[in-house]
Design a protein around this ligand. Structure first.
Ligand SMILES: Nc1ncnc2c1ncn2[C@@H]1O[C@H](COP(=O)(O)OP(=O)(O)OP(=O)(O)O)[C@@H](O)[C@H]1O
Ligand SMILES: [Mg+2]
Length: 263
């Protein structure tokens, strides 16, 4: 069973002063492993809210959310951060890099905070930085990097923990067209050469071209873009062999965790 994310009739509202603002109304969403999923929608449509629901940072008012067969609302609060660091690599709209640490130190700190213990951690960081084209910047501080480079560092950091799902919130938002295109190509390359599921919130047209699955977010709903998805299904997507970024086997999703989806 390849499903990794499921939303079942999820509703979410925020309270703004004395008024309820409904963001989602009975939203259904299905994401399989090994997809490059785009959540496409205008500013304010709820993309970040959807990612926060998916990662358990927000709870739905109604409905259920499953990640790899786990019901998020059943995860005790104190285990939530372990759940997040085990399953997700998160890249927020702001990159949240520590300004007083170098690129490499930022990643090491993150791994330590997550309790990530694997042999060859340092080599892995070098490999990641190389793959993302910023190894020559590993001793630089964030302020010395361009916007595109900072985003790559944030992505390398998110990947350094061997996530199942990489979440990117508006990765090209603050970049010029050229850097945005380069970043899109890098994300596509990452997708084609690893077994990571990637979920991107964006309103970048270029991102739409590389996504294998597009959901349109807006008007309290999340709808599959049938036309896009049919077109991509008909294409031969050339996955290349998984390289050294392959997730550690010990962290692979256990088959039994996925059986909850089978009805
Ligand atoms: N904690 C909150 N309390 C009240 N309203 C909120 C809260 N968080 C988000 N909202 C509102 O929910 C709506 C959706 O916000 P969200 O940040 O998810 O949109 P978005 O699609 O990510 O936008 P952008 O493309 O600008 O990042 C907005 O109208 C926002 O003002
Ligand atoms: Mg947002």
């Amino acid at each position: 069973m390849d499903q990794i994310v499921r939303f079942d009739k999820v509703s979410k509202k925020f309270q703004l002063f004395w008024e309820d603002v409904v963001i989602f109304e009975e939203v259904n969403l299905d994401i399989s492993r090994n997809e490059l999923v785009l959540l496409y929608g205008p500013s304010g449509s709820g993309k970040t809210t959807l990612l926060n629901l998916l990662t358990g940072l927000l709870l739905p008012d109604e409905g259920e959310i499953q990640v790899a067969g786990l019901y998020i609302d059943l995860i005790p609060e104190k285990e939530k951060s372990d759940f997040r660091s085990n399953y997700f690599g998160l890249v927020f709209q702001e990159n949240n890099l520590v300004s007083t640490l170098t690129v490499k130190e930022n990643i090491i700190l993150f791994q330590e905070l997550c309790g990530y213990e694997t042999e060859g951690k340092e080599e892995k960081i070098d490999l990641l930085l190389e793959k993302l084209g910023i190894n020559h910047r590993k001793d630089s501080f964030p302020a010395q990097l361009s916007g595109g480079e900072k985003k790559r560092v944030a992505i390398a950091r998110a990947l350094s923990n061997d996530p199942h799902i990489l979440i990117l919130d508006e990765p090209t938002g603050n970049l010029d067209r050229e850097s945005a295109n380069e970043l899109c190509s890098m994300i596509e390359e990452l997708f084609l050469t690893t077994d990571i599921t990637i979920i991107v919130a964006s309103h970048d047209q270029k991102m739409e071209e590389i996504a294998t699955l597009v959901y349109r977010v807006g008007e309290k709903q999340v709808k599959l873009e049938e036309e896009h998805n049919e077109r991509r299904k008909g294409e031969e997507i050339e996955y290349r062999p998984i390289d050294s970024l392959e997730r550690g086997r010990e962290n692979m999703i256990m088959e039994e965790e996925l059986t909850d989806f089978e009805e």
